[in-house]
Design a protein around this ligand. Structure first.
Ligand code: AHG
Ligand code: MN
Ligand code: MN
Ligand code: MN
Length: 325
């Protein structure tokens, strides 16, 4: 079976994109090894600081962030990085041709309970060569992404990537440390019977989202006329991986819990890279109404509501929002 290098060559990946993805996978292997040792590697528990998102950082949030920052800063193609865990964009090589954005450790609340976590990344072109990269340079729409992907540290370590020509999936061979391709041209079914949402926030949602989930829980007896199943990994990587494997719809919708934050997920580190994967697999990704990849970012840490996955379901959510507005 072919491995990542063969895949990147066959895709005619830009040298910068191929090299950056290779760097990210090397760090992914390090994170995967640390997770395997768990408490024995002293990676569990709190770091004792808050990040710019206002979240308590876990030790592994900081470790994964520093490993990626160090590795990418020494890659000559990288002009700068932006991370969920860094206050501002960090310039790297000003002659580099790409910018790298990442959620170093997605699913932080899963670290200490030995559950799935991941790393999400997005690669953008650098348009200001010869000058040190600033936050401003990162404010590009999701459609500008050259590539995106995630590494999921689950029962095995898997990676899904897109270079804008479909989605491929790889599994880490723990013996050879090679990412071996396991799927090509991943496709999501337009319909599904499985949804993912943190329903404890129900009372904070807008009426169209409440109605949508009410219809699911009504099952066969309701207007949808069929029963639905629910799953929630509490790590977006896990939920997106499940959707790429067997379909479904995922939402972290707009809510009124934190009036200053329109949704929980971050546009640049979570929503955009996952939206590119989902669209490349034939699904749709919106903020309930508008396409996420078309959003003009105004800040590197901005948050956005997310509704993505099975095409017909995402369209139905939009219809409910249009009708009930
Ligand atoms: P992170 O760990 O990078 O801060 O992201 C966590 C995100 C996402 O992965 C997940 O879908 C969601 O937060 C879980 O939120 P709840 O704890 O509200 O369920
Ligand atoms: Mn976080
Ligand atoms: Mn995350
Ligand atoms: Mn994170």
């Amino acid at each position: 079976m072919s491995n990542l290098e063969t895949y990147l060559a066959a895709q005619n990946a830009q040298p910068a994109v191929a090299d950056i993805i290779t760097t990210i996978t090397k760090v992914g292997i390090q994170i995967s090894d640390l997770l395997k040792r768990g408490a024995l590697a002293d990676i569990l528990g709190e770091a004792g600081n808050q990040n710019v998102q206002g979240e308590e950082q876990k030790k592994l949030d900081v470790i994964a962030n520093d490993l990626l920052l160090d590795a990418l800063s020494s890659n000559p193609h990288c002009a700068g990085v932006a991370s969920e865990e860094l206050d501002n964009a960090t310039p790297a090589n000003q002659d580099g041709d790409v910018l790298v954005l990442f959620d170093p450790l997605d699913g932080s609340s899963n670290i200490d309970i030995n559950m799935a976590v991941g790393t999400i990344f997005s690669i953008l072109p650098y348009n200001n060569q010869g000058h040190p990269a600033t936050d401003e340079d990162f404010l590009q729409k999701g459609t500008a992404q050259l590539a995106s992907g995630y590494i999921l540290y689950g029962t095995s370590t898997v990676m899904s990537i897109t270079l804008g020509k479909g989605v491929a999936m790889f599994s880490l061979d723990p013996d050879t440390k090679a990412f071996v391709q396991i799927k090509d041209q991943v496709q999501i079914s337009p319909d599904t019977k499985e949804y993912a949402i943190n329903a404890s926030n129900y009372r904070y949602w807008l009426p169209p989202m409440q109605r949508y989930i009410d219809e699911f829980t009504a099952g066969k007896t309701g207007v949808r006329g069929k029963d639905f199943n629910m799953r929630w990994v509490a790590a977006m990587v896990g939920d997106i991986h499940r959707i790429l494997c067997r379909g479904g719809i995922f939402s972290y919708p707009f809510d009124t819990k934190h009036p200053d934050k329109p949704g929980k997920l971050r546009l640049m580190y979570e929503a955009n890279p996952m939206s590119l994967l989902i669209e490349q697999a034939g699904g749709l990704s919106t903020d309930a109404i508008n396409r996420i990849l078309d959003i003009e970012p105004t800040s590197i840490h901005q948050r956005v509501p997310v509704v993505l996955g099975a095409r017909n379901e995402v369209e139905y959510v939009k219809k409910l929002h249009d009708e009930m507005n």
